[in-house]
Design a protein around this ligand. Structure first.
Ligand code: NDP
Length: 448
């Protein structure tokens, strides 16, 4: 039986996981043909099975004294090249299939960073929206009481993701420290004054923009004077816009789960400051941007629509930075039709398989998330290094390393795609380069 049939038969409901595996399996076919040792050691069958999955009850008490129960998870996918590493997501849509897809992607992404990190992902179906700071704190503490048994600075080092930022990392770190009585780099994304790294909050967004600049450079172009479509308005979207503005591109859109903003004049530094205050301090909705800046147009989400109008504007570049499968086939066709010639994914797997096919067929420059958004985990790796050395690098040092890593990832994808006869196909480049590094390490370490 083919591997995809096996995993579908075993866990039929895990659609996102099947999608992520299917893309990688397709890319690595020529690698398996050239290297029969991977087949004889059953590497693919082993790489799709998490080394360990932890599922647990997270009870917590709200401000009215009512008891709630959420489900907590940690998927420890692969540790062939280093301790498990990957974020924690708090969002009502979280389930095992979504975390397995994210953990699987993370294995290949981390391999591309050149740093020694295995892959993992975790989180909970807890919805932080509308919760008070004390409720968030009690939830994070309860979550960590169980998670602390399974993680450690040399075992598994979680970070943030959707719904988990520096505040949540702080509450979880505090509880871990109390339970273990040790101050270690067990989480990344920490605040600066207690072990965090400069540039970590910026890293995913900055990295996605650096990656787009590298892709454009191949065709002799730059970001200067271009227009960009961005989705999301959280951590990744905000710093994507910041770097775009710095490099001379004009971000014209951003969104949240209720709707999106189109600002033809572009988001400038002052407007971005407003967005950061709105989303990070007041926890408001993007709709308020159109009330403050009347030249902007707000369009609410319409569930009856089978495409996202955010992707239907004329522009040069697109940066999906919200969530998985936010660009479908129709959206991808609209992007191509509107002249977008570079797509760099800040989010994980934001494009559906038919959308990816449209991008590849149209020959636009398409940087898949596992390569384009690897800046975040890369700086998390640098945070681990600084914690181990008990020192902190300057902003310039970290940014310099981030740029070198993104350039290296880009070159690795480009060269690998070329080597396997599919030039400029960054999907194949990223999947093959990531796979070979992990697969070779698994071969070296035997059947474990
Ligand atoms: P945040 O929680 O900071 O922001 C998420 C943004 O996406 C918010 O604007 C949110 O809107 C929107 N969003 C979330 N879910 C949905 C949905 N189902 N439909 C529409 N909009 C949605 O998360 P991040 O910015 O950290 O993460 C964004 C993406 O980037 C994710 O795919 C994540 O996995 C990926 N990523 C993040 C990294 C990091 O370092 N943080 C590293 C690599 C990848 P709302 O406010 O309404 O919820």
């Amino acid at each position: 039986m083919e591997i995809l049939e096996i995993i579908k038969a075993r866990d039929p409901q895990e659609r996102e996981f099947h999608q992520a595996v299917s893309e990688v399996v397709e890319s690595i076919k020529p690698v398996l043909d050239r290297n029969p040792e991977y087949r004889s050691a059953n590497i693919v069958e082993r790489i799709v099975e998490p080394e360990r999955v932890i599922m647990f009850r997270v009870p917590w008490v709200d401000d009215q004294g009512k008891v709630h129960v959420n489900r907590g998870y940690r998927v420890e996918m692969n540790s062939a090249i280093g301790p498990y590493k990957g974020g924690l997501r708090f969002h009502p849509s979280v389930n095992l299939g979504i975390l397995k897809f994210l953990a699987f992607e993370q294995v290949f992404k981390n391999a591309l960073t050149t740093l020694p990190m295995g892959g993992g992902k975790g989180g909970s179906d807890f919805d932080p929206k509308g919760k008070t700071p004390m409720e968030i704190q009690r939830f994070c503490q309860s979550f960590m009481i169980e998670l602390s048994r399974h993680i450690g600075p040399n075992t598994d080092v979680p970070a943030g993701d959707i719904g988990v930022g520096a505040r949540e990392i702080g509450y979880m770190f505090g509880m871990y420290k109390k339970l273990r009585n040790e101050f270690t780099g067990v989480l990344t994304g920490k605040r600066l004054n207690w072990g965090g790294s400069l540039i970590r909050p910026e890293a995913t967004g900055y990295g996605a923009v650096y990656f787009s600049a590298e892709m454009l450079n191949v065709t002799g172009k730059t970001l200067e004077g271009t227009t960009s479509l961005v989705s999301g308005s959280g951590n990744v979207a905000q710093f994507t816009m910041e770097k775009l503005i710095e490099l001379g591109s004009k971000p014209m859109t951003f969104s949240d789960s209720s709707g999106y903003i189109y600002d033809e004049r572009g988001v400038d530094r002052d407007k971005l400051e407003f967005i950061m205050q709105l989303k990070n301090v007041r926890f408001g909705r993007v709709k308020e941007y159109a009330e403050k800046y009347p030249e902007a147009v707000y369009t609410p989400v319409d569930p009856a629509r089978d495409y996202n109008p955010l992707w239907d504007h004329k522009a040069d570049c697109a940066f999906p930075c919200a969530t998985q499968n936010e660009i479908n086939g129709k959206d991808a066709a609209n992007l191509v039709k509107n002249g977008v010639h570079v797509v760099s994914e800040g989010a994980n797997m934001p494009t559906t398989p038919d959308g990816v096919d449209i991008f590849l067929d149209s020959h636009l420059l398409y940087g898949p998330g596992k390569a384009a958004n690897a800046g975040g985990v890369s700086v998390s790796g640098l945070e681990m290094t600084q914690n181990s050395m008990r020192m902190a690098w300057t902003r310039e040092e970290v940014d310099q390393r981030l740029q070198i890593i993104m350039r290296t990832i880009h070159k690795m994808c480009l060269d690998t795609a070329e080597q396997y006869g599919t030039p400029l196909n960054y999907v194949n480049g990223a999947n093959i380069a990531g796979f070979v590094k992990v697969a070779d390490s698994m071969l070296d370490q035997g059947i474990v």
